[in-house]
Design a protein around this ligand. Structure first.
Ligand SMILES: [Zn+2]
Ligand SMILES: [Zn+2]
Length: 352
């Protein structure tokens, strides 16, 4: 074991603060990474504050962070994919059994023995996993990704969660040139959805509650922007979408969007409103429409997404912060006051 610097929360109500954690020495299949940037995902805030207590109670101290980009410093003897000096990335998962039906379909995110990057039982240390708000991480090579050299690293970090969460459903539901795609919400997820749908050649319509996001949406790749509070403007698009990606976590009326799908159209949820919501059966029946959800993506698909980003020069729009500003960043996240993702410059951890 070796000591790593990190920022952790000691309880649901404590601010994140500087600490030291123990990481395992790399085993033969491991890659040790010096973390350069870590994106700030809303899940980090939920878990730090134990807001998902009913499904995954937080174990303290909690070191969040699952949008990790860094430089390889050491590799185990059996590692062939990486060498010291390579730029590498780690997302929301660090292990899975590799043998179940889901793993065999490259859907590790649905493996029942999948190990998440933080706040999850760590089979190596016997404690819990610690995430990317740290100067280093040690991960099995199967869960380490290659980062195309042309990508800005601060903006590449959020691709590991926000990126794959939006890329995977667009890909799964066959979004290509000529398709009409709706993106609901222009936050950390939605702004990536707009970029990907545009790069895939679709006609992209962004739905937002904030009229002042219009210029940004157009700049990011939307062809049209609809202010969703204007029911008449929304209704003009009835029955016209092949696919809608709903990235809103706040309570909202999903039925008004399902009504915009054409025959066989699909609406996929990637935001997670806390309360269950009613769905109109008629809306689904009349048009053989479907409603589904999606969670990140498998490792192979995550690599495909990163390579796609390399080819199209896509990164997240980020505000780079030092780790010392993380508590302030969480407060701003609650007010959706970020364009469109915070990315922590982990060099700042040296000063803490
Ligand atoms: Zn995330
Ligand atoms: Zn599995």
């Amino acid at each position: 074991m070796f000591n790593a610097k990190a920022f952790s929360a000691a309880s649901p109500s404590s601010p994140l603060a500087s600490t030291t954690i123990a990481r395992r020495d790399p085993t033969e299949n491991d890659v040790q990474i010096e973390i350069l940037f870590c994106g700030v995902c809303h899940s980090d805030l939920h878990q730090v504050r134990d807001e998902w207590k009913s499904v995954m109670p937080t174990v303290y101290p909690c070191v969040p962070g699952h949008e990790i980009v860094g430089r390889v410093t050491k590799v185990g003897s059996a590692v062939s994919k990486f060498k010291a000096g390579d730029i590498a990335a780690v997302g929301c998962m660090v292990d899975s059994d590799g043998t179940c039906p889901e793993c065999r379909r490259n859907l590790e995110q649905f493996c029942h023995n999948c190990t998440l990057t933080y706040n999850f039982p760590d089979k190596h240390t016997g404690g819990v996993t610690y995430g990317g708000y740290s100067d280093s991480v040690v991960v099995d090579q199967r869960f380490v990704l290659r980062v195309p050299p042309n990508l800005d690293l601060a903006g590449a970090a959020p691709l590991l969660c926000a990126g794959i969460t939006t890329y995977s459903p667009l890909h799964h539901w066959g979004v290509t040139k000529g398709k009409k795609v709706g993106i609901v919400g222009l936050g950390g997820l939605g702004h990536m959805g707009v970029k990907f749908a545009h790069a895939l050649g679709a006609h992209v319509v962004l739905f937002t509650t904030s009229p002042n996001k219009k210029d940004d949406a157009l700049r990011l790749g939307a062809d049209e922007v609809v202010v969703s509070r204007d029911a008449n403007e929304v209704a003009k698009h009835a029955g016209s979408f092949d696919f809608i990606l709903d990235a809103v976590s706040a309570d909202h009326d999903v039925n008004s969007y399902i009504a915009l799908l054409r025959v066989d159209g699909n609406l996929t949820l990637v935001g997670a409103p806390e309360k269950p919501f009613p769905v109109s059966a008629f809306n689904l029946i009349m048009g053989r429409r479907s409603l589904s959800g999606s969670a990140i993506g498998g490792i192979a698909e995550t690599q495909e997404m990163l390579d796609f980003c390399g080819a199209h020069n896509i990164t997240a729009d980020v505000e780079v912060i030092p780790i010392q500003k993380i508590n302030e960043a969480y407060e701003r996240l609650l007010k959706a006051d970020v364009k469109y993702r915070f990315s922590i410059d982990m060099a700042s951890l040296k000063n803490s």
